[in-house]
Design a protein around this ligand. Sequence first.
Ligand SMILES: [Ca+2]
Length: 236
Amino acid sequence: MENAEFEAGDARAPEGWGASTSIADAGSFERLTEGGRSGAFMRVESFTSNTNAYVSRTTHVLPETRYRAGAWVRMRGGTMIIWMHAWVDGKRFDERTYLRSLGLNPLIPEFVRLEWTQSPDPDEWQWVEREFSTWPNQGNINMHLGGFFDRSSMDIDGAFLGLARTKLTIEATGGEIARVRVLNDADEELWNSGQLAGGTTVLRHGLPDLPTDARYRVVATQPDGTEVAAWYPEQQ
Ligand SMILES: [Ca+2]
């Protein structure tokens, strides 16, 4: 996804992205160059519940492949959508996810306390994402981010579209190794080499189809029981 951090563009839209509402002038788009999760970000408002307000961009995808789409959102009120759209062989491909805030609902705080709702903190960036698989013959997808038929106010930054699964190739070297384990960031064991033959100093192993949004900890045990661990990626 090019210009996914919105760092290039003019005052209304990131370069290469569309910015439009289904009802003319029923929303607004501002590209602010400071104060985002990374530098520039998009401020999206819709003024009625009868319109959408999307920034959107079409990008190339591979057919029959598992993808993850996401974005960071700072939500003051209304409904935010990530909508992945395409026409494939005359059929409508449609994958979507929502983030809602009840902060602008007139029943709040008169009848319902805001803290009783699951409304996101308007000052915090929230990660919103969806995994989906593309169809046979699908070559592109049109990512939409923004307000969805609700009076809405939000900031959006850091759009993402990438493969949802990866092959993790581990390599343990540097001394005698008795055992190697791979754990995810929930500390669940994904793989255990078992006791290795005496004198083993190199171990390579591929683990296919792992989620790309997790961190993995590789733990090598030396013959004396000492454990050496490393995270991949080191930071997230
Ligand atoms: Ca940015």
